[in-house]
Design a protein around this ligand. Sequence first.
Ligand code: NAD
Length: 254
Amino acid sequence: MSVLDRFSLKGKVALVTGSSTGLGQGMSIAFAEAGAKVLGVDYVDSPETKKVIEAAGGQFHSVVANLMTLEPLQGLVDETVKVFGKIDILVNNAGIIRRCDIIDFTEKDWDDVLDLNLKTVFFLSQAAARQFIKQGTGGKIINIASMLSFQGGIRVVSYTASKSGVAGITKAMANEWAKHNICTNAIAPGYMATNNTAQLRADADRSEAILGRIPAGRWGLPDDLMGPAIFLASDASNYLNGAVVPVDGGWLAR
Ligand code: NAD
């Protein structure tokens, strides 16, 4: 087997949350191109993702579910196994952000963000890990963290809490599950041009300040996560556990 074959996802099955747009769409398309069958879940349908994947000869199964509660989580793992026979890769990508000065921050903006960005990430990972252990195959969990897994941010305190939590539970899960050949890692994207940052990019002052601090001199794109996501999902990263990998155009290096 050539070393490049270890990056292939041929024969693998991935469950990706937040597959309709942005980074989750990009990673779904990348996984399919690398050979995986993909079950994408989102609270809206993912027709564009399906179209791109199927046009290239790949397989994509779309499930519509609201991940704000734990109720659908076990069913998603069960459906992946039912449709594609097993699960090898979980990407916890679905996430939201609420912007408000800390002094005025509401309980709802705290709970909504923590429920989706942290609680669901934990319990969906648990459901997937139980299935990996039952299969005896090991598996890969990729959590989508943020620069705010490392930094405090401005006007997004519940998001910072959730993403700092994601970095913490990524390491905790890696510690307990590495012995089952489950690799749990996170990708921490920098400032990426998606819906998540539309408000920031529309604010000329904030946008200029952010751009001026990114050594690469540009906002990131879904395309920029494809290689790192395939690496973490593939056998090329089998000894990588508990890492939070920045893909940020150098932001953290400043
Ligand atoms: P996005 O808003 O385009 O994508 C978020 C996805 O999650 C969408 O497909 C959306 O439909 C889905 N989603 C939202 N609420 C949901 C719910 N209740 N149930 C199911 N699905 C739901 O933004 P994105 O930038 O692609 O974000 C993807 C992930 O990357 C998020 O976790 C985000 O926090 C993280 N991230 C983004 C950036 C950035 O700069 N864009 C930076 C760091 C981390």
